[in-house]
Design a protein around this ligand. Structure first.
Ligand SMILES: [Zn+2]
Length: 242
């Protein structure tokens, strides 16, 4: 029996003896209630991070933050499906958006050649949860393309929560390494939440260090900054080939 199967079996067994509560609001006897599902309303926009456009679908906070927290802290995979729909909206817009920038062969040509590379979770977190939330969000998004594991963490990093912009950058500097197989490939970086952009920036550095071409990034959600960082509406346009 694999660890994943065992975990899934234990989760189902636990659900029989302990009542399920909504991962977003705690309402009884339901995984994610109708009100919380309705609160996950994707609105695609672009956030500028260090000269890169990050396409996002949701604002981080409230129900969105509680659902994502339930996934990451309590392994609530039932909340993943609700968030994955929004991830799919952002991914489609991101793929079309990067095709619009000097795309040779038209939108469809670039859309098929762009590679999604997920930002990796810390190894301890993967062991604890038994799955990688970003990979799962992409897999369940209906976008029809998997996230590649083209980045690895080469050292431990501190929890980013509570760190300022400069501290986050220093915390992550040199922490990621990209696969040499991404040399010459056009890449979209994929992550769950963008806050200061430190993670995206480090992923970009690592990818460019092996000769990858970073076309942009896609995140499920963005944290509205107190400095009033600009975000712009993104027009998804015609989806390419799907
Ligand atoms: Zn709810």
């Amino acid at each position: 029996m694999t660890r994943d199967v065992l975990r899934s079996w234990l989760g189902e067994a636990a659900a029989v003896v302990s009542p399920v509560r909504c991962a977003g609001c705690g309402a009884a006897d339901i995984g994610v209630c109708a009100a919380c599902r309705a609160a996950v309303l994707p609105s695609v926009r672009g956030v500028q991070v260090g000269g890169l456009t990050v396409v996002v679908a949701l604002e981080y906070g409230g129900v969105v933050a509680r659902l994502l927290g339930a996934v990451k802290e309590r392994g609530r995979t039932d909340a993943l499906g609700v968030l994955a729909g929004a991830m799919g909206v952002a991914l489609r817009a991101g793929v079309v958006g990067c095709a619009g920038v000097g795309g040779v062969g038209g939108v469809a040509g670039v859309a098929t050649s762009v590679v999604l590379v997920a930002v990796p979770s810390a190894r301890a977190a993967v062991r604890r949860r038994g799955f990688r939330p970003v990979d799962e969000l992409v897999r369940r998004s209906g976008s029809g393309r998997p996230a590649r594991r083209g980045l690895v963490l080469v050292r431990d990093v501190a929890d980013q929560a509570g760190l300022g912009v400069e501290e986050r950058r220093a915390n992550l500097e040199g922490a990621l390494r990209a696969s040499a197989r991404l040399a010459g490939r056009r890449v979209l970086i994929v992550d769950d939440v963008v806050t200061t952009g430190a993670t995206i920036g480090e992923a970009r550095r690592a990818l460019e260090a092996v000769g990858g071409e970073v076309a942009g990034a896609v995140c499920l959600a963005y944290t509205r900054r107190r400095d009033g960082r600009e975000s712009t509406q993104v027009t998804p346009g015609r989806p390419a080939g799907n």
